[in-house]
Write a protein that binds this ligand. Structure first.
Ligand code: DON
Length: 585
């Protein structure tokens, strides 16, 4: 049914692409009778290139990465340049003071590496760090104080990626970011609005106030040229001295003096002890595709694959996409996976995570079997691991693909938009509040409503559990999709729906990115629907027993690249302003 109804759209799309986008598609590729690269359906069109592509949340940063590719850099060079550029152009999430995860696929070795540059808890952190005198959790301190910052990993992570897998020098890839910070760039509506939205916290910090606001306390003005002298200084220090500048040198000193001035915990020793960890990705198989994703301390990869394993037991493609029956099945799947997350997931160097069991297809089948096709299971009746065998608003994603087939899928973050709102004086960058991703106390949810167990309790040197899910999907041994998203706890279900949309519903990546999504995380027992899911569907879901949230909410911002027949198709989530796909022409 659905496929027939899309035929007309496909035809119209083909014509539109040929007529409207002559510059994007080279004439040789658009000739009649060519392989049907445009026959991809829906009124959504991805950006096309055969020569490489960068998709991020901000156009200047995507262009910088794409330019590196054009000048012969590989996907890793471009990713590192994009990562540093986002620290300048997207201060709400791009960062030097945060951390993240990078999945790198090296085409000539046919190998995928998972780089863990997540923040680490400082040595002075302890299990009860955020408990208050009454035994509750002091959420203000856990989210908005200098104590909420973990030891940042971004600089170490990006430099590690470049030194081990890139081909250019640190100076080369940092140059465009330094130029942007020094000469400045025009403030966009999006940036000015984001600053206004988080003004309260940012203005509380006198240093952030001078970096991001005008003297009268108004956010940077739309259209003004914004120069960041102190940030340019930090970037130049890194270009000159490498990651050492950040972890032992002049930047480290400024960071520690900011900590000492405001009751923060991070010491010079903590910075010196920071380590990037190369981990083995988690792998899963879904309907003939191979999925590589981020292992713990992210929960993303394990639960993405666990949910796909559960869904593989159903003929999803025969269901109507986003119908009540379909949303119900996925919701029940999400509910069961997130219950397990609350119990079993944490930093694998501190807690033992039953990875093999959680990824076991037979376990997934038992979980799937517990789903009633017509009635919601109350979350109170879903216990973590009930069927487990006995023993047991801001982040940003970018995807990069080069002409040699190397792929980078990177998600990094300060946790909240603009982190804890506090800047390092003289160094020009904001600090993360990633310590709130730990479970401050059993039974007390973090900012995303997530519950955790001992496995995710605070301990010195430990990395807080994350939901970030940078992912690469393969078919017949070759990469076919790089994707990921911000969105806190919703990241995993957002990435899940991108994959299901592509694999089960054969959507092109722009359609798979654009269609409405939904989210459930076991606790709170609420199903969040995006705008665009009909009132009729909502009513049917309520009748099935789902606690549907009264207010629809946008979920995630996917930044993806798909490869079909050697052609790259990019899509930057249209939910938010700023189409930031940069194809190499
Ligand atoms: O690592 C995590 O799971 C969170 N700190 C991510 C935060 C996030 O995605 C916020 N963005 N919208």
């Amino acid at each position: 049914m659905r496929r027939h109804s899309l035929c007309l759209h496909r035809l119209v799309l083909s014509i539109c692409l040929l007529v409207i986008l002559p510059g994007t598609v080279s004439p040789g590729h658009a000739a009649a009778g060519d392989p049907p690269i445009f026959d991809m359906g829906a009124p959504f069109h991805p950006v096309i290139s055969r020569h490489g592509m960068v998709v991020s949340q901000e156009q200047l940063a995507s262009d910088i990465g794409s330019d590196i590719l054009r000048r012969g850099g590989n996907a890793i060079d471009a990713a590192v340049a994009t990562g540093f550029a986002l620290a300048v152009t997207l201060p709400q999430a791009g960062n030097l003071g945060g951390g993240g995860f990078m999945l790198v696929y090296l085409a000539d070795e046919n190998r995928t590496i998972a780089l863990d540059y997540r923040e680490m808890a400082p040595a002075a952190a302890h299990r009860k760090l955020f408990e208050d005198a009454q035994g509750g959790v002091d959420t203000d301190r856990a989210r908005f104080s200098l104590q909420s910052s973990g030891v940042p990993g971004t600089v170490a992570g990006l430099v590690h990626a470049l030194e081990n897998y890139g081909s250019m020098s640190l100076k080369q890839v940092l140059k465009p970011a330094i130029k942007l910070a020094t000469r400045g760039f025009e403030v966009t509506d999006t940036l000015s609005m984001a600053l206004a939205w988080r003004g309260e916290q940012l203005l509380e910090d006198p240093v952030s106030a001078t970096y991001f606001f005008q003297p009268d306390g108004a956010p940077l003005r739309v259209g003004q040229i914004w120069r960041q002298r102190d940030l340019a200084w930090s970037l130049k220090q890194i270009a000159r001295h490498g990651a050492r500048a950040f972890y032992r040198g002049a930047i480290a000193e400024k960071l520690v003096s900011t900590m000492e001035g405001g009751g923060g915990l991070i010491t010079l020793e903590d910075l010196e002890n920071y380590r990037v960890i190369e981990r083995k990705p988690v792998y899963g198989d879904y309907r003939g595709y191979r999925i590589a994703s981020m292992p713990p301390p992210s929960s993303g990869g394990i639960h993405l694959i666990q949910m796909l394993n559960m869904l593989e037991t159903l003929e999803l493609g025969d269901m109507d996409h986003n119908s009540a029956a379909y949303i119900h099945q996925l919701t029940e799947t999400m509910r069961r996976a997130y219950a397990d997350r609350s119990e079993y997931l944490g930093d694998p160097d501190f807690a033992s995570v039953p990875e093999a069991k959680l990824l076991d297809k037979a376990y997934a089948a038992r979980l799937a079997f517990s789903i009633d096709a017509d009635v919601a299971t109350p979350s109170a009746d879903v216990r973590p691991g009930r069927y487990l065998p006995a023993e047991s608003p801001q982040t940003t994603h970018f995807s990069v693909w080069d002409s040699e087939g190397n792929v980078v899928s990177n998600t990094y973050t300060l946790n909240f938009s603009f982190g804890n709102g506090k800047s390092v004086a003289g160094a020009g960058f904001l600090l993360n509040n990633e310590m709130d991703d730990f479970s401050a106390k059993p039974g007390v949810p973090n900012a995303y409503g997530l519950l955790g167990s001992d496995a995710n309790a605070i301990a010195p040197g430990k990395r807080p559990l994350s939901s970030m899910t940078p992912t690469i999907m393969f078919k017949d041994g070759a990469p076919v999709l790089a994707t990921g998203s911000p969105g806190g706890s919703t990241i995993i279900t957002v990435v899940l729906q991108a994959i299901v949309n592509v694999v089960d519903f054969e959507m092109n990546i722009a359609e798979a990115t654009s269609v409405p999504r939904f989210h459930h995380q076991w606790w709170p027992d609420v199903l969040i629907l995006e705008p665009g899911i009909s009132a009729d569907t909502r009513r049917l879901l309520v009748e099935m027993g789902h606690g549907v949230s009264a207010s629809p909410r946008l979920l995630g911002k996917l930044q993806s690249i798909e490869q079909r027949n050697g052609v790259l198709f990019g899509s930057s989530d249209p939910r938010w302003p700023g189409d930031a796909v940069a194809p190499v022409q």
